[in-house]
Write a protein of this length. Structure first.
Length: 95
């Protein structure tokens, strides 16, 4: 594993938008992502924001689960959804 990656293999955050459609990280050797121009600038802008926020969203969800595990606050379907989101974001179970 290189210094530019974390568990799950993705580029370390923070990620930021460089212009409207390019997602970058100061820790990456190249662009993290480029949002395809669909012709709907509002939707493309929202997609770029969501992608740029992905590392922060993942960390927040992990933190939520740690809190829930220690206090038993998250149960049932919400718990399963949180674990599935982390697995999807990190590629867990898809080795």
């Amino acid at each position: 594993m290189t210094a530019t990656k974390r568990e799950g293999g993705h580029t370390l955050g923070p990620w930021a938008r460089d212009g409207h459609f390019t997602i970058v990280s100061p820790k990456a050797l190249a662009d993290v992502a480029i949002v395809q121009n669909s012709g709907d600038d509002e939707e493309d802008d929202a997609n770029a924001r969501l992608i740029a926020a992905a590392p922060d969203l993942l960390e927040a969800l992990k933190s939520l689960l740690l809190t829930a595990y220690s206090g038993g606050l998250l149960v049932g379907e919400a718990h399963r959804m949180a674990e599935a989101a982390i697995a999807a974001a990190t590629g867990a179970g898809h080795e």
